[in-house]
Design a protein. Structure first.
Length: 186
């Protein structure tokens, strides 16, 4: 998800406040919950962006969705967003918070796509490879299954990608075979 500069400003502000109040980990957990809930529920995202739905109704819905599952500071932060008309960027703020947290704590997100779910041994190998390429950083794996890879894995960390998939190897072979090495003599 692309995070706007405004969302990053709100995320940094929330992080600074959480740090000052000593509730950083609790707010981080809240933002993980907000991000995953918004990602899974398209109706919630539509409601947040809708200019037709009034702020008090949005507060009620958000209270019912997150009430009791998030801390007081996060509840108040969300209420301020709604009051300021910025609730539409709540998913971006939650994602931005996670990004800023990972940067400050030297945690890299490794996006791993594989043809089948990774086993413990394969997961450990991918994590070890990522740690060797990025010493001193903690690696957090975000796994997804993509059957079109046929086999193997594709690992992306930031702008770096390692493609060890069968589909890429087949594509390379296809390209090599399509080149005509035969040069006729005239």
């Amino acid at each position: 998800m692309n995070v706007s500069p405004v969302a990053y400003r709100y995320a940094r502000s929330l992080m600074q406040l959480a740090r000052e109040k000593g509730v950083m980990e609790a707010v981080r957990e809240d933002m993980l919950l907000v991000a995953s809930t918004c990602a899974e529920n398209i109706d919630l995202r539509i409601m947040l962006r809708s200019p037709v739905i009034k702020a008090d109704m949005k507060n009620k819905v958000l209270g019912r969705v997150f009430g009791g599952n998030i801390g007081h500071m996060t509840e108040r932060f969300i209420a301020i967003l709604v009051r300021k008309g910025r609730e539409g960027i709540l998913p971006q703020i939650a994602e931005g918070f996670q990004n800023v947290y990972r940067m400050e704590h030297d945690i890299l997100m490794a996006e791993v796509r594989s043809a089948v779910p990774l086993g413990d041994e394969a997961r450990a190998q991918v994590k070890k490879m990522a740690e060797e390429r990025h010493p001193g950083k903690s690696i957090l794996l975000k796994e997804s299954v993509d059957p079109s890879l046929i086999g193997g894995v594709v690992v992306r960390i930031g702008d770096e990608q390692v493609d060890a998939s069968v589909s890429r190897r087949l594509s390379d072979l296809r390209r090599k075979f399509s080149e005509n090495p035969y040069i006729p003599e005239i």
